[in-house]
Design a protein around this ligand. Structure first.
Ligand code: PDD
Length: 281
């Protein structure tokens, strides 16, 4: 496996960054995960636009042009012979002696790109069964709309989910509303067939898969509401699902051990999953 690190393509064992990288010292960096399907990057433009926004919110310099970055991602996918999988891109504020304020102007951001294959048929089998989620308090900072590499609360929530035999954690705010998953956006379908997902704000990541699914939902004329929903509402929902670049639309069949609907993947989620790649760019 080959990784791109600051201008070079290296075997993964040789790929390394400095111990003084600000990503390592302060989690001072951002990332993107983009799906690869049939060798092509899915929703690439939206991912690049979100990367730009994350960088500018944190005042990290753009490491290179969008076109150059796009080339590096394609080349990393090619060199790893990824047909279906994901490409991971990370940009940090660069290498400098450890000190909290930003390093001097001209410090070059660090760029790492990796790619790996996914077993599509395994993923499909998971989708046919649906996944279990458990709820956990949302203890993250107040700017999770920035796709930063500071993911410790997400790591802890995901492990708590795994410890309970679930694949995802749904994070819950102080009001009892679900914000999003530890690495996905959260959706429910109400008893009367309305799709519900939390509106964008500083309290969720603006998921790319979420935005494409919303476009798809609008194009199909399905009823939807962008609003907060409670855990209780989710327990009583007809369907639930999560969206992310690595899972696209993944049906949720239980929440905190309680079956959602009839305990099988929902019709709406299953249909959206089927239609996604015909619709996405
Ligand atoms: N996670 N919310 C959070 C907290 C996420 O980490 C992610 C993505 C999403 C979904 O966003 P998108 O549809 O753009 O993938 C929502 C990625 C896949 C990850 O960390 O691996």
């Amino acid at each position: 496996r080959i990784a791109y690190v600051n201008g070079r393509y290296l075997p993964r064992e040789e790929a390394a960054v400095s111990i003084e990288d600000r990503g390592y010292q302060f989690a001072d960096g951002v990332y993107e995960v983009c799906e690869v399907r049939g060798g092509r990057l899915v929703d690439e433009r939206r991912h690049m636009a979100r990367l730009d926004r994350s960088l500018s919110e944190l005042r990290i310099a753009r490491p290179m042009s969008a076109a150059a970055l796009s080339l590096v991602m394609r080349e990393t996918v090619r060199r790893n012979r990824v047909h279906d999988g994901i490409v991971y891109l990370q940009v940090t504020r660069g290498v400098a002696p450890r000190d909290f304020p930003f390093p001097p102007d001209g410090t070059r951001p660090s760029v790492v790109v990796t790619a790996r294959s996914n077993d599509l048929s395994r993923l499909e089998r998971v989708a046919e069964e649906g996944i279990a989620v458990v709820t956990a308090p949302d203890i993250r900072w107040q700017r999770v709309d920035i796709k930063s590499v500071a993911l410790l609360p997400n790591v802890l929530a995901k492990q708590a989910a795994r410890d309970q035999g679930a694949r995802e954690a749904w994070l819950v705010d102080a009001r009892g509303n679900v914000t999003e998953g530890a690495s996905s956006n959260a959706w429910i379908v109400s008893r009367d067939g309305v799709l519900i997902t939390r509106p964008l704000g500083r309290d969720i990541l603006p998921g790319i898969t979420r935005s494409v699914v919303l476009d798809l939902v609008k194009a199909q004329g399905l009823k939807f509401e962008e609003r907060a929903f409670t855990v209780e509402e989710a327990y009583a929902a007809r369907e639930a699902f999560v969206t992310s670049a690595s899972q696209i639309v993944m049906p949720v069949v239980s929440i905190d051990g309680k079956p959602v609907g009839n305990g099988a993947p929902g019709l709406v989620a299953t249909a959206l999953r089927k239609d996604y790649h015909r619709y996405a760019e």
